[in-house]
Design a protein around this ligand. Structure first.
Ligand code: ATP
Ligand code: MG
Length: 551
């Protein structure tokens, strides 16, 4: 758990729980994380997961994982598996068995019958469009359905026949009888049950009717003995319905709903619907594309579970809607990897350097630390040879303002090795540089750098050609061009076409064998992680987690 959780524990939800315990309203706290299995979890969900699991752990209560599976049309078993995997990866263990809303279908059905018997629900035969148009607007009250006053007996009979699959989808539905003139639109006779012939991943073909989210959620919370039902702000209006349902059925536990603001990240997408759209449009390579803020995408990119949790504990929980900078999320992984990631030199955009005054067959062994400040991480051997690669961005034909790298006719220091001077450029017919001829200064190995005296521009990284291994580097940029995406925005019109750039470069030949880790800081470039999905014996791919490049 986060060291700074003292700050986290000051959030308003802890205060509510603290009060409830003090006033003896509860003596055991129970929360739940209730994802709908219609997609993979994303960073927004981590905020909710951290909150629910942290509270349960802190108050020695329970936190359940409830799969909120009331809509067989969009739900799928593969999503349930991914939810379990992601939660375990984050290091959270739910209490007891996994709960499924669908386990309560029989009970929920009985509560619907109870509402009909109390004349608080009726079977409506208006079409979906008619229901919508009868509902009114924020300014206009709704209109009663002509079926609203049908007898209890008739509604009971129709509802039972709905369950038996005697009517086609959309032909009728069960609605609560509340108030078509209510100021809260959700209270204008909300739908409680609809007909669906879709096979359900858990209950198979047993049911032809399915409860709506609003009807199912509060009852599920109550059945499980949830004390504090925590959800995001858009459910504020639903709370009135949540309370209406629970107070009108004969149920024992009466949980209370509390809302907090959703997590949003600049230029990022935290909506399953939009992620699905990107996958369908082939803009990303699936739910685990490293450009997405899904847990699986962040994991593949190289984020650790602890960095994501620390991020969530630091942003806290409030009722204020705000948007967090991506750099804040990066701050936590950078802080963590800075301590533990081995350093290595890698060349993303190779430019060959030939050291004219260095013998062809000679190689000089150099012992260099795996980490500049943690000597416990040990040392490794690299070689200096006649032909080396540097990054093409580290070479310029002409003098440029503030350019502290290799310039034709000038000197630069190679990290851990010698000072070299660029003498001559070899170009192809199109004017592209093929390689650069340099000379090295034999006595400068291990020499203390004095830029002025030695007339060197700066220090750059390099790699020996004969001691290198070809790999691919995947560099990521924001997926969107718009900072703050709204619910109504069509994300397809804000796609950044340059969100992925692939480089054919080199790493030290034995890097992966020698280092047991898969996170690296490639000096001056950034933090990288081995791509587990597409790397194989023939091709190694590194995903960039974040860049350290100034330009
Ligand atoms: P999406 O908008 O991505 O489809 P959702 O709210 O429909 O998300 P659910 O599977 O129903 O997804 O969410 C499970 C829980 O996670 C809910 O309690 C929900 O409030 C919470 N949650 C979802 N998105 C966020 C977010 N961006 N920030 C915080 N909590 C979130
Ligand atoms: Mg939802």
């Amino acid at each position: 758990m986060c060291k700074n959780n003292n700050f986290y524990k000051k959030n308003f939800i802890f205060k509510i729980i603290q009060n409830d315990l003090k006033n003896k309203k509860y003596n055991f706290i129970c929360t739940r994380f209730p994802p709908e299995p219609n997609g993979y979890l994303h960073i927004g969900h981590i905020k909710s997961i951290c909150l629910n699991f942290f509270i349960a752990k802190f108050y020695k209560g329970n936190c359940f994982l409830r799969i909120d599976d009331t809509n067989p049309t969009t739900e799928n078993i593969k999503y349930i598996n991914s939810i379990k995997k992601d939660l375990m990866w984050l290091g959270f263990k739910w209490d007891g068995n996994i709960k499924y809303s669908s386990n309560y279908f029989e009970l929920i059905y009985e509560y619907a019958i109870e509402l009909i018997n109390k004349n608080l629900a009726y079977v409506d035969e208006l079409s979906i469009e008619e229901i919508k148009s009868y509902r009114g607007t924020l300014l206009l009250p709704g209109k009663n359905s002509p079926y609203r006053n049908r007898s209890i007996t008739e509604s009971l009979k129709l509802f039972r026949n709905m369950r038996l699959g005697k009517f086609p989808e959309g032909r009728m539905c069960l609605r609560a009888k509340i108030d078509m003139k209510s100021k809260i639109i959700i209270m204008r006779d909300p739908v409680l049950y609809r007909i669906k012939f879709q096979k359900h991943h858990h209950t198979g073909k047993k049911w032809f009717i399915y409860p709506t989210y609003d009807f199912c959620h509060c009852i599920s919370d109550s059945i499980e003995g949830i004390t504090h039902s925590l959800c995001t702000l858009e459910f504020l209006d639903n709370k009135v319905l949540y309370n209406w349902i629970l107070s009108n059925i004969s149920i024992k536990n009466y949980p209370k709903q509390y809302e907090f603001s959703k997590l949003k990240i600049e230029y990022g997408i935290t909506s399953k619907r939009n992620i699905r759209l990107l996958i369908k449009s082939k803009i990303v390579d699936g739910w685990d594309d490293p450009r997405l803020l899904t847990i699986s995408g962040l994991r593949r990119k190289g984020y650790t579970a602890s960095s994501l949790k620390n991020f969530c504990y630091h942003i806290g929980v409030t009722k204020q809607n705000n948007i967090i900078q991506l750099s804040y999320l990066e701050f936590f992984i950078k802080k963590e990897l800075n301590k533990v990631a081995p350093r290595a030199m890698a060349i993303l955009r190779p430019l060959k350097i030939i050291i004219d005054n260095f013998p062809v067959k000679k190689k000089i062994k150099l012992l260099i630390p795996n980490h500049p400040s943690n000597k416990n991480m040990g040392y490794k051997i690299i070689y200096f040879t006649k032909e080396i690669y540097i990054d093409i961005l580290d070479f310029s034909e002409k003098e440029k303002k503030n350019y502290k790298r290799l310039i034709l006719g000038k000197k630069v220091k190679l990290r851990y090795a010698f000072i070299i001077k660029a003498n001559k450029i070899i170009k192809d017919n199109n004017g592209n540089i093929i390689h650069v001829h340099c000379t090295y200064y034999k006595n400068t190995l291990g020499m203390k750098i004095d830029k002025k005296n030695q007339k060197i521009k700066g220090i750059i990284h390099w790699i020996s050609c004969s001691n290198s291994k070809a790999v691919l580097f995947y560099l990521y940029n924001n997926l969107l061009k718009k900072k703050n995406i709204n619910n109504t925005d069509n994300i397809l019109s804000y796609i950044n076409k340059k969100s992925l750039q692939i480089y054919n470069g080199f790493i030290e030949k034995k890097l992966l064998q020698e280092q047991k880790k898969q996170h690296f800081q490639f000096e001056r470039e950034g933090y990288f992680y081995l791509d587990k999905k597409y790397s194989n014996k023939k091709q190694i791919i590194f995903n960039q987690i974040l860049s350290l490049r100034k330009s």
